[in-house]
Design a protein around this ligand. Sequence first.
Ligand SMILES: [Cu+2]
Length: 138
Amino acid sequence: MKASPIAILTGALIATGAFVVARYGNTAAPVDWSSAQHVEIRMIEYEFVPNQLRFRRGLPYQLHLVNAGKEGHDFTAPDFFTSVQVKNADALNGSKTSVFLQPEQTTDIYFIAQDAGLFALRCADHDWAGMTATIVID
Ligand SMILES: [Cu+2]
């Protein structure tokens, strides 16, 4: 895969030791949200499609949530949300742990991935039915 200009720039920042500045970009440097990578996840009865999301530290993302089901679904990922810097935190619930979507509703979450790890994603209403997934930040 050809390296994108963003990947090259990020690599350069890491190489020059400027990564810490980029990591706390909201205070150190403006983030170009128009360059945010678009990632979509759909919710149906009873699964997330795809069932694994993968992000890279330091990069901005636009995560597009689609409830394509007939029931309400919840994108519940408390550990993930503490490991990213969300731009529009008002899109989340009060405790900043999940996003609830009514049938046919869509929501966009803008964030910068910060801490590497493997995170559980589940629908708080339907995890009993196997509506779970994983999120990886490299
Ligand atoms: Cu659900």
